[in-house]
Design a binder for this molecule. Structure first.
Ligand code: F3S
Length: 391
């Protein structure tokens, strides 16, 4: 294989097959990727998140590929959501055949040294810092890491992320380089001055992602908190290919890049324009937690559901570690009849395919649920989701 990037002596030994066939193949993936994108070196990563964990998305051939690998991760690595809750899959109505296959996928990853935390919010599990180099896969996690934390990761495909976990490095190109983190356009948002809900930030991201494409937007006129930034970035990554954005006065690199915006195309979005994504169709189920809920989002959900009963299935998705750290809140939510599931989500679980119409409070779910679940999707705020489910 022709390679353009500098390798350390140990990498040369891996590439020569002296550290086993799997490690050799994994490094070949990274070298090929680095060569295609013109990387000059590999950079060590201190966290990996691997997609391709749901049997619904990787299927039989993905499982077979994983099962023949023989190596261990050398850096902390977790998984993206899988097709079911590992503990409560029967209650979710998952059939045994799917569950057996999903468990086989999990077992294959565990054998490779990947922690069985299945979430798109790995930043709630262990601290990630400004300037850290990562190899994360899931688009909303990538957006959050780059934009909200100021860490550095490209959006890795499943095999490349797994290779990074096993080698401990990733090719240094794209968003690992400061030169590629500058804005490509400016978006002035007119909010009207009132409080903007998390769902409205999701809708803004849904709308903006279609305009931005793969440019890095620099927002002005908004003051989102971390949950709102999460919603904005997740939706922009779904309808566009946005892996990094800046918000003036809010995100950690915005000041550093502010000198680069004077000559950029500037567009204006009035929050009134995005109201059209909020529809009124009747729904059969509600699903929140895309991306997986933060502790604050769980608390708000519990408060809104307090003393009420849901009349249609109400799913809440969060990371196992977040659920465990917020047991009382989760118990309070479940008193209403709503269910809080770990490990999975409304898009990667086959469970949601049974509902013709689903209500969500997420711009990313709004973009993905129609194709991935074959359902009509209705967008609403969390308050509206609770009102619809309990009326
Ligand atoms: Fe996460 Fe699933 Fe949404 S992976 S970002 S909850 S589609």
């Amino acid at each position: 294989m022709v390679k353009s990037l500098e390798l350390e002596p140990e990498d040369e030994r891996i590439l020569a097959g002296e550290r086993g066939e799997t490690r050799q193949k994994m490094l070949e993936i990274l070298v090929a990727l680095g060569t295609v994108f013109g990387a000059q070196r590999l950079v060590p990563v201190n966290s990996v998140q691997v997609s391709g964990a749901s049997y619904k998305t990787i299927g039989k051939y993905g499982l077979e590929w994983l099962e023949q690998l023989d190596a261990r991760a050398v850096v902390p690595a977790v998984l993206n959501p899988i097709g079911m809750s590992r503990e409560r899959w029967q209650e979710m109505g998952i059939d045994r055949d799917f569950a057996d296959k999903q468990m086989a996928v999990i077992a294959a990853y565990e054998r490779l040294g990947i922690r069985l935390e299945c979430t798109c919010t790995p930043y709630y599990l262990s601290p990630i810092h400004y300037g850290d180099h990562l190899a994360w896969s899931e688009s909303s996690a990538v957006s959050y890491a780059n934009s909200v934390i100021g860490a550095r990761t490209n959006r890795e495909g499943g095999p490349a992320a797994l290779a990074a976990a096993i080698i401990g490095k990733t090719p240094c190109y794209g968003l690992h380089l400061s030169a590629n983190r500058k804005p490509g356009m400016v978006i002035d948002v007119e909010t009207g001055g009132g409080e903007v809900s998390i769902a409205h930030y999701g809708a803004l991201g849904y709308y903006a992602g279609k305009i931005v494409g793969n440019r890095i937007p620099y927002f002005r006129g908004i003051r989102p908190d971390a949950d709102r930034l999460k919603a904005l970035g997740a939706a922009m990554a779904a309808t566009g290919a946005v892996a990094l954005y800046h918000v003036q006065g809010v995100t950690p690199e915005a000041k550093k890049v502010s000198a680069d915006i004077s000559c950029l195309e500037t567009i204006r979005i009035d929050m009134c324009e995005i109201e059209e994504v909020f529809s009124q169709v009747a729904v059969d189920a509600v699903a929140v937690g895309c991306p997986h809920c933060s502790p604050n989002e769980l608390k708000t959900t519990a408060l809104l559901l307090f003393g009420k009963k849901v009349n249609i299935p109400f799913y809440v998705f969060a990371a196992q570690a977040v659920i465990e750290a917020n047991r009382d809140t989760v118990a309070s939510i479940e008193k209403s009849g709503a269910r809080v599931y770990a490990d999975t989500c409304m898009v990667v679980s086959p469970v949601m395919e049974r509902y013709p119409a689903i209500m969500v409070n997420s711009g990313k779910a709004l973009a993905y649920v129609p194709d991935m679940c074959g359902a009509v999707v209705r967008m609403g705020t969390l308050e509206e989701c609770v009102a619809v489910a309990t009326s």
